[in-house]
Design a protein around this ligand. Sequence first.
Ligand code: RIB
Ligand code: CA
Length: 313
Amino acid sequence: MKKIIIDADPGIDDSIAIMLASMAKEYKILGISLVSGNVDVNKGYINVCRLSKFLGRGFDIHLGKINPLKKELINAEDTHGTDGLGETFLDYEKKNYAEDAEDFLIREAKKGGLTIFALGPLTNIARALEKDKEAFKDTRIIVMGGNYKSYGNMSPVSEFNFYVDPDAADYVIKNANIEIIPLDVTRKFVLTPNILSYIKRLNKNRGDFLEKITNFYMDFHWEYEKIIGSVINDPLVVLAELREDLFTKNSYHASVITDGDARGMLMVDGMDFLKQDKNIILYEDLKILEVWTEFIEIFTGEKVDKEILEILI
Ligand code: RIB
Ligand code: CA
């Protein structure tokens, strides 16, 4: 089993990623560290409790500090709902938690062999690196964030996770070897009504839950991006780790703009103008049929009929 920590701001697509990682047999989830982003860490904690109830399993929960390194706290409740789970306000039982995300990350990284799925702003990871950079020397960090040639979703040039805490994103990129899955790739992974319908046919209980928490998200995508469906960014981090053969990635030098009009922009030196070290691995494409096949088979526990799926995507 691969040891993973999920650092997240659940959030609808974070929640789907947490469910997917829980259903995949390859992972030992050491814990979930919560970061403020879509919703603050306190609402994120409640959503992990809600996922525990649906999944019938517990998680070791660690809250990070509520605010970004330097910037004012903002949220994406317009996209994810005021509860962070699509205005569903699902029942839950309160679970134990600790308020030590950065120390938890350090503690587990020191043991070696850790992979971190970073699904929200990089605040916790930056604080952990500031405290003990050496601890993460052999930790794999796969980040959903940023955008390269695709437009931003928080400003013309920046993606939400990197916009919320650009100082953390820039610090992590400069102090750890990370892999980034940007909007360029995640915008290709759209949960459409047809795919959702197929998931419900294969596993009604899980499909109904997925539909319940994505209805609000679907409305947002139609209103703001005229998409019939919803871009589910974060599960691609799990799928990229499980099946990196289905993804194309390249190394580049990059940094994050921390202030001004371009706040949060991932500046990728695609033409190597700066002649600097290549400090990120950037995912640039994916084999969409195979990736959806992997997602649906893990999420439903059923085999996918490729001929049916080909018609749906
Ligand atoms: O920009 C998309 C990212 O920001 C996703 O991780 C979403 O959950 C939000 O955190
Ligand atoms: Ca997220």
